[in-house]
Design a protein around this ligand. Sequence first.
Ligand SMILES: Cc1cc2nc3c(=O)[nH]c(=O)nc-3n(C[C@H](O)[C@H](O)[C@H](O)COP(=O)(O)OP(=O)(O)OC[C@H]3O[C@@H](n4cnc5c(N)ncnc54)[C@H](O)[C@@H]3O)c2cc1C
Length: 419
Amino acid sequence: MGKQGKSRSTTDEVRAEVERWIEANWSQEITVRDWWRRLADAGYSSPALSPDVGGLGWPGDLAATAMATLTKARVLGPPAGLGLLLAAPTIAALGRPDQIDRYVRPILDGTEAWCQLFSEPQAGSDLAGLQTRAERDGDEWIVTGQKVWSSTARTADLAMLIARTDPDAPKRRGITYFVMEMDQPGVEVRPLREMTGRAVFNEVFLDEARVRHTDIVGELNEGWRVANATLAFERAGAGHGGAAFAAARPGGRAGDLDRPAASFVGGSGPISGAAVGRRHLKALTELAADRGRTADPLVRQAIAGVRSDYDLLRLLGWKAKAAPGTRTGAEGNIAKIFNSQAVANARDAANLLLGPEGQLVDSEGSAGMFQEMTLFSPAPPIYAGSDQIQRNVIGERTLGLPREPGPPPDTPFSELPTN
Ligand SMILES: Cc1cc2nc3c(=O)[nH]c(=O)nc-3n(C[C@H](O)[C@H](O)[C@H](O)COP(=O)(O)OP(=O)(O)OC[C@H]3O[C@@H](n4cnc5c(N)ncnc54)[C@H](O)[C@@H]3O)c2cc1C
């Protein structure tokens, strides 16, 4: 099977194939770099990508089975992060062949890490109102502005950057999508500490940063379309466990590539998505037993609710990847909203068991995991476009409701009132 992308395989066949492959390839001594190279060679880093860009062309259920098999075998997963989740599928879908050759493989083997420079202090939900500008200078563009909430920017080699290249065009028409190198004098990254205690996201200040003209993805001034493709991958991923970051961090700057892959197995890993639902359920059930509450009807009901949330989330994730004619187009938006609710429900079930201990941090075992989840749980309704914005999108694009009031869409950006 492997590189043939045999889409009619069953999940049992995929499971058996991946188990055999792990048996032949995993060892306690292998480095992260070597393990990720093998995963990429086999097409398992992102089996849903088409075979010509390094995947296997597998539909969602088979790709999910491959990932679940890796997790169950307690080996390190693929180099998850914004490269694998967003940049690879965007460039595979809308990049030129030379851009696919240059950028996709180092994402799949984890040797290059990416960040997403979209949001700005005045442009989050209203992303098309972004102010960062890029001006042409021969074969390059000079970029100046500020980005914020840029996850993993400190260790990223490359960025998906959107910037305004024509301020006189209507606001969605004068934006261009670039690939930008992060390690250069015009880029300053300042970490932002979150209430989890971590500093995953950052402010990024761009002061005459340089980008090659050949690093435009899609057409000049047509970056809004490309950005929307990235956002669609983000929403679908956020609803299906794509908020996951690998326990080991991709890219040379993070310093994980030459460490043993086995040392990253069993780390804290992702917090949301169907892919981790099984782990949350197991931890909740163990916690209930540990606290002597398995006969408590409220606890039983809460855990059963979490179980059905994660089942539904898994099915929604598959539906988002079903054949085009069978979709409404809103599956990603719905899964994204549903994921926020599933995380909140799992958090609440855990806190029913933990009581005041839920407000502490760093307890041993699953209590510590749910304490961290409690602090992280406000994030899923915000990232990948807030849940309110998803509801607007479903209303306007899928249900055909009237658009929100505002200036005519053809108003030049330079004539729009600013925030
Ligand atoms: C954990 C995390 C990671 C992130 N990582 C990245 C990243 O890597 N790269 C990146 O570019 N961005 C990232 N973001 C930013 C994220 O995309 C934005 O926070 C999000 O789009 C909301 O924008 P905002 O924070 O500016 O809020 P605002 O747009 O100011 O919204 C504030 C509130 O108003 C509501 N609201 C706004 N407009 C409307 C409307 N028209 N109708 C109804 N309600 C509305 C919103 O839903 C929200 O509740 C991340 C955010 C989080 C939390």
